[in-house]
Design a protein around this ligand. Structure first.
Ligand SMILES: N[C@@H]1[C@@H](O)[C@H](O)[C@@H](COP(=O)(O)O)O[C@@H]1O
Length: 249
């Protein structure tokens, strides 16, 4: 596992952004996994700037979103599909037919999960961007999720429901109580993972993710078992790590 700690948020975002832009430029076809949440927003802005400055094109990119709320149509303003569209996809030249996401409004969610799992099997993800939730979740794999799980519906934990207030919901009652997510097994099939964390509030979580036991009780700990992971942190998120374990940037 490579752990990089950046002294400025802008440098962190530029490193992740440029790593992915480089990959896209060097390949005829690139399949990238995108995460919602506040952490990757600077990276998405980096993509937009790079596209506007003609430094990269996303025409040959297949995009896969990580997760979604159950019960919201993709066009609902609070859906993760809308968030990805507003924060990134509507500002770059990605082809609409290349944007893939779980649809949380389907009547048969088992069928929807199977569809998405098969689609990812057919289009293996080259680079998956990840963040860490306040209870240690990745995507919407809450504590207790099987480490080899496929796409599935989850009951969101209270902590995740409360965190959703940061994503534009006005009232806690408006937040869906279920999510649908790539499983930990699905995520682990990606060829490379880029895990990002920022801020003091993530410091304990990052420590447990990197040094703790690999356990379903703390889903993000699974990244310890992935053969190709880059963990990109700001100084605050890295404050509980031993200096000898990371590279300073
Ligand atoms: N389901 C999303 C995850 O995909 C995201 O990575 C995580 C961290 O969010 P943030 O970056 O806002 O801290 O929580 C959310 O609930």
């Amino acid at each position: 596992m490579k752990i990089l700690v950046f002294d400025e948020e802008k440098k962190l975002d530029a490193y992740v952004g440029e790593t992915i832009c480089d990959f896209i430029r060097q390949h005829d076809q690139a399949t990238i996994g995108f995460a919602t949440g506040s952490t990757p927003l600077g990276v998405y802005q980096y993509f937009i700037d790079s596209y506007q400055n003609h430094k990269v094109s996303f025409q040959n990119v297949q995009a896969f979103n990580l997760d979604e709320y159950v019960g919201l149509k993709p066009e609902h303003p609070r859906s993760f599909a809308s968030a990805m569209k507003n924060e990134l996809f509507s500002h770059i030249d990605i082809l609409p037919e290349n944007i893939n996401a779980l649809d949380g409004s389907k009547e048969d969610m088992d069928e929807e999960c199977q569809r998405y799992e098969t689609l990812i099997e057919q289009n293996p993800i080259d680079i998956q961007i990840l963040g860490i939730g306040m209870d240690g979740h990745i995507a919407y794999n809450e504590p207790g999720s099987p480490l080899d799980g496929a796409c599935h519906v989850v009951n969101l934990h209270q902590e995740s429901i409360e965190s959703s207030l940061d994503y534009g919901f006005d009232h806690i009652e408006d937040v869906p109580t279920q999510g649908v997510t790539q499983g930990i097994g699905t995520i682990m099939k990606a060829k490379q993972l880029i895990m990002m964390a920022k801020g003091e509030k993530k410091a304990d979580l990052v420590k447990r993710m990197i040094y703790g036991e690999v356990t379903p009780d703390f889903p993000s700990s699974i990244i310890q078992r992935h053969p190709s992971v880059i963990v990109c942190l700001d100084r605050n998120a890295a404050s509980q790590l031993k200096e000898e374990d990371y590279e300073k940037r």
